[in-house]
Write a protein that binds this ligand. Sequence first.
Ligand SMILES: Cc1ncc(COP(=O)(O)O)c(C=O)c1O
Length: 343
Amino acid sequence: MVIPFEEEYRKKFYELERQIFDSNFWSEGKMQRTFEEKFGDYVRLGARAVASGGAALLAILEYIDVRGKDVIVPANTFWADARAVQMAGGNVIFADCNKEDLCLSLEDMKKKVTDETKAVIVVHIGGHIAFEIEEIANYCKERGIALVEDCAHVHGGWWNGKTGGHYGIAGAYSFYATKTMPLGDGGMVVSKDPELLKWVEKYRNYGKEVIDGHVYYKLENGFNCRINEFTAALGIVQMERLPMILEWKKSLAEKYDQIFENRVKLPDGMVSGYYKYIVFDTPLTQETGQVFGPGDLGDVIAKVEAAVPNSHWVTQHHKCAPIYFGYEHADKSVDELRETLLK
Ligand SMILES: Cc1ncc(COP(=O)(O)O)c(C=O)c1O
């Protein structure tokens, strides 16, 4: 296996690398700003690049200031969410997911909300927007609870003109190696709130602020969450490739829809970016890793299994048909794929 990256785009990346050497900026330069502009235009929000999806979550949670407060986190997700809450000094309160979309359950979230709830994290699992996102957003807004969107999976997911990051105070994207738009590592905070974005600019660089040409550091906020110019340059090129990657995934998903009956079914108007193609109780001969499995959830499930029965069910019953860009059987017909994938 090689990284699928067409020659034409490799050349574009090499040219940007050349420009970086000539610019004398290893970081905090033109590539970062251009990547942010392009990503922001794509999601129709302001965007600030950081080192990882986890760093993006942490920056948002520190902005909200969850220290000593409760933050509701879906049990059916990667550790990054709970860990970011802990690092920001908050208390993790796990809530269950729905079996239909694998995302945070509105009903269970409401049960977990108390006067101590400062924030809720919703994770758009697998490439689609959480089906109950509007209701979750309204509920949080009415109660002054900050809604944070974990957008690590949702590149290319749209619903009624909105993508991840439009519903809460901010969204955290990841560009980790396995993601729909991989950079190896990297992340992006997206938001409509200019103050939050300004804050992230400082936060990602140890609280650095330049006032009248003088550099100031504020000790209370920030760490090194910077992205470097080379990663940002790759981000610029990946933005150009993203429509092609999403189109490729969509056409494979359309074939899978004809093969798999027991699967995540998208509501009207939902466009998934198909980070994952999720099926239930289906024997597969080839599969990619589960969205989240007992390995991810082990400790949580062991401690709170009774409290999150759907999350437990999901880890036991779902699998993912291969839909990573470059999957070697993607060009096969529906019948051939059925033959290849079903036991
Ligand atoms: C749902 C979710 N949130 C956050 C992250 C963390 O992103 P990163 O690895 O870029 O820190 C990941 C995966 O990596 C993820 O799957």
